[in-house]
Design a protein around this ligand. Sequence first.
Ligand SMILES: [Zn+2]
Length: 129
Amino acid sequence: MLQRFFAAIRAHYGITVFFLYLGAFGIAFVGTFTLPLIAIGMVLFSIFLLVPAVLVGDLVGSLARRTTRPYLRRGVCPKCRQQQGPAWEPPVYRCAFCGAAYESDGDPHEGADPAPREPDVTPVPNDGR
Ligand SMILES: [Zn+2]
């Protein structure tokens, strides 16, 4: 429950902060013509708000990793909650059911997907018929 909550927040944190800043830009743009003091205050406020935004992002990432690791230790996929077989091991925990992959520290794995590919198919020459 908590793990899914933090994983969902983490997955959408960057785009949420981006749209919050975009909305603040819209308010500041209108404020430039109506109440210039608001626009000046928002520009200063936005600069100092970057540090807390990054710190909250780091905190959410840390909580997401911390709540994911117990599932990895128990051999349960944090995404689909399926019990994994003996292939569930580091360095990359890859779910055999949903394909989700996790690093041993709880981060989602971003690398290339080593899922089994279709065997090589010999190309059939196209002779125009
Ligand atoms: Zn899974």
